[in-house]
Design a protein around this ligand. Structure first.
Ligand code: NAP
Length: 281
């Protein structure tokens, strides 16, 4: 595959042709999701804003419509509900969704495995696995038919291995990473881009509140990467899947290789190896 790096945000009409008319942002009410929505609306795409906080969604909708002249649709939906995807699909109707950003997915429990009930872990499991799978299936199918589109799955360094107090979070983020990389390998020659964005700690309301709740020193003042910068970088790199690990991949990019080349090479090599046994169809 070409190592040419394409900056997606330099050409708004091209961005619209590839990903319009509507972008679905799951987890849009604040933080990185709201930053994605603002930057996507600035590219001229209509936005479907999904989260649980209706007031925050309506406020963002009013802002985006006033500032960018686009349409926004708010869908107040808990993505950890078993029927989340069917309800979401019902609310979206026939709108042409060309871009999916799955950003919801933080761990609201952060505890050792046995200190949270299986009922609670199921909520995280459904939000980060079942709903991701169902949304990818529904919108991926439509995008493949159209021969264009994009998926951006917001993940975490925790996807790369287990961690104390983050067992279910890291396991569910690994699911999303592995599904996303597989979809990239299947869809990359069919016009549909897939990017897993793996980030470490970022300045979001959820992260600051969590750090404060856990009595971390300097919880509100510790310098952290900004959500706007992360969202901009991810949209710029959307065509350079399957995975961008921030900030490590940017340091690699400063050397010989392009951002994401390590995971890209891994997925290409493993897909080719597996094809000897399971076919290349
Ligand atoms: N912030 C970090 O340091 C960090 C680090 C690594 C990875 N990440 C990843 O980055 C993404 C965003 O993280 P974040 O810190 O902004 O926190 P977050 O708690 O995942 O919130 C992000 C958005 O998702 C929505 N959301 C959360 N739970 C939801 C649910 N059950 N149903 C529907 N919407 C839901 C939130 O709005 P409502 O509350 O209104 O529903 C918000 O709009 C997550 O996938 C997280 O795993 C973040």
């Amino acid at each position: 595959m070409s190592e040419e790096i394409i900056n997606q945000l330099d050409d708004a009409p091209a961005f619209h042709r590839r990903y319009g008319d509507w972008a679905l942002i799951a987890g849009a009410s604040h933080g990185i999701g709201a930053a994605f929505a603002r930057q996507i609306a600035a590219q001229g795409l209509n936005c479907i804003l999904v989260a649980r906080n209706e007031t925050a969604l309506e406020s963002l909708k009013a802002e985006l419509e006033a500032q960018h002249g686009i349409q926004a649709l708010c869908v107040t939906q808990d993505l950890s509900a078993a029927d989340a995807t069917s309800r979401l699909l019902g609310a979206i109707g026939a709108r042409q969704v060309g871009l999916v950003i799955y950003n919801a997915g933080g761990d609201p429990f952060i505890s050792q495995f046995l200190n949270t009930s299986t009922e609670h872990w199921m909520k995280l499991l459904r939000m980060n696995t079942q709903t991701v799978m169902e949304i990818s299936h529904a919108f991926g199918g439509r995008m493949i038919e159209q021969g264009r589109g994009g998926f951006l799955l917001v993940g975490s360094h925790a996807a790369l291995g287990g961690m104390r107090k983050l067992g279910m979070y890291s396991a569910t983020k690994a699911f999303s990473l592995n599904l996303g990389e597989s979809l990239w390998a299947e869809w990359k020659d069919r016009g549909v881009d897939v990017l897993n964005l793996l980030i470490s700690t970022v300045d979001t309301p959820t992260m600051r509140e969590t750090m404060q709740r856990l009595n971390i020193p300097n919880a509100m003042t510790m310098p952290l990467p900004q959500a706007d910068d992360i969202a901009r970088l991810a949209l710029q790199e959307l065509r350079n899947g399957p995975t961008l690990i921030h900030p490590e991949d940017m340091a690699v990019a400063a050397g010989a290789a392009s951002p994401g080349s390590l995971r890209r090479d891994h997925v290409m090599r493993k897909s080719a190896e597996a094809a000897q046994f399971i076919g290349n169809d």
